[in-house]
Design a protein around this ligand. Structure first.
Ligand code: GLU
Length: 379
């Protein structure tokens, strides 16, 4: 990686006092023989054990480890089989990390999160308190999705996004995505031999998104380049830079990055979102859609709340306080927490708030989505 970020990143990784989140992909955790890469994990723990600031690891590999323990050769055929593999693999994964950190004098803790733990504001704050308490005691949280119980649409889907959300929750100053690629390239390096690595990404724009489009999922994990970019978008918009670097091979990846500087650094947004807005931005599971007219979209752009008069249609079955997608004529413009349930929202759309009492039987609150409860995606 070219100056200026490389020396600063090296100092942060080894000597930083702010939290560092490392996301480790499944393909890094398992060797070609299907066994866990214990030496690699120990080397990584040893490299970081003396770092003064907090360290959090989002570690994949439960399903892959469980698969090899159960002798399931390919990706598990059914959800139940994948969840059974995760149950077997997670206990091993946590055990290996726990030993690796204990050997360097650090205590590790297992934290399994479900999507709801971060989507629901009360549970999110609870998870944050627990993690902050662990960090204050010098413990290294080893985090994974609670794969044994999470199903279908209530999943994070991949640990890249989970890593980004953990980075914001912990107030991290860097999210390190360790993968089996050197970084983001200007073309797919598996197909285009002279594809060039992009060392710095100041802003994730449409061009950057297009470059990521070519990447596919690797054999074990679920996250290709598209999910890495989604993660980078969440983290950087909250003020946390992201470093994507290679962790494959036997070399300890942090020492390797410090020596070679090979990787892609996504810069943090210049004006990061405040914490509540970061949380709103990171929510993944919307229960419905509000279709807005052009006037409402323009008003949101100016920082206004969403009024019923600018909504043309309501889709979905949601309760008051649920997350809804905000859609204009050109697609999704943002998301927010709806002040009305789906039935009441449908009753008042296109109408002025002075009519609400007659329509609903109660006065209601003014906006359908208050500006403090919504986020626009350009942010
Ligand atoms: N949570 C999954 C596991 O531990 C991995 C998901 C991912 O790699 O993105 O197997």
């Amino acid at each position: 990686m070219s100056a200026p970020s490389h020396p600063a990143l090296r100092d942060f990784l080894l000597d930083g006092t702010a939290p560092l989140v490392i996301k480790i992909g499944s393909s890094l955790m398992i060797g070609e023989d299907g066994a866990p890469r214990r030496q690699w994990m120990s080397d990584l723990a040893r490299q970081l054990a003396g770092r003064p600031g907090p360290i959090l690891a989002v570690s994949s590999g439960a399903i892959a480890l469980g698969r090899s323990a159960l002798g399931i050769a390919d990706r598990p055929a059914s959800l139940a089989e994948a969840q059974a593999a995760a149950a077997v693999g997670q206990i091993r994964l946590a055990g290996i990390w726990s030993e690796a950190w204990a050997d360097c004098g650090r205590t590790a803790a297992q934290v399994l999160l479900s999507l709801d733990d971060l989507e629901n504001r009360g549970r999110y704050l609870n998870a944050r308190n627990t993690i902050e308490t662990l960090l204050a005691r010098g413990v290294v949280p080893i985090i994974n999705e609670n794969d044994t119980v999470a199903t279908g649409e209530i999943r994070f889907g991949d640990n890249d996004r989970l890593g980004a959300r953990v980075a914001l929750l912990a107030g991290a100053d860097l999210l390190l995505l360790l993968s089996d690629v050197d970084g983001l390239f200007d073309a797919d390096p598996r197909k285009v031999p002279d594809a060039k690595l992009i060392p710095e990404v100041p802003v994730i724009d449409a061009g950057v998104e297009a470059r990521a489009g070519a990447a596919e999922a690797t054999g074990f994990g679920t996250g290709g380049m598209v999910s890495k970019l989604a993660a980078a978008r969440i983290a950087t918009s909250g003020g946390c830079p992201v470093l994507l670097a290679d962790g494959s091979g036997d070399a300890e990846p942090i020492a390797r990055f410090c020596e070679t500087g090979t990787g892609t650094c996504f810069h943090a947004a210049e004006k990061p979102l405040v914490r509540r807005k970061q949380w709103l931005r990171s929510l993944q599971h919307s229960a419905g859609t509000l279709h807005l007219d052009a006037g409402a979209v323009a008003a949101l752009d100016r920082g206004a709340s969403l009024l019923a008069s600018g909504i043309r249609r309501v889709d979905g079955d949601f309760r008051r306080g649920d997350l809804v997608e905000l859609r204009g004529s050109r697609g999704t413009v943002g998301q927010g927490l709806c002040g009305y349930d789906a039935v009441d929202a449908a009753r008042i759309i296109g109408r002025h708030s002075s009519e609400f009492e007659a329509l609903l039987g109660y006065a209601g609150r003014g906006p359908v989505v208050h500006r403090d409860d919504l986020i626009l995606f350009e942010c």
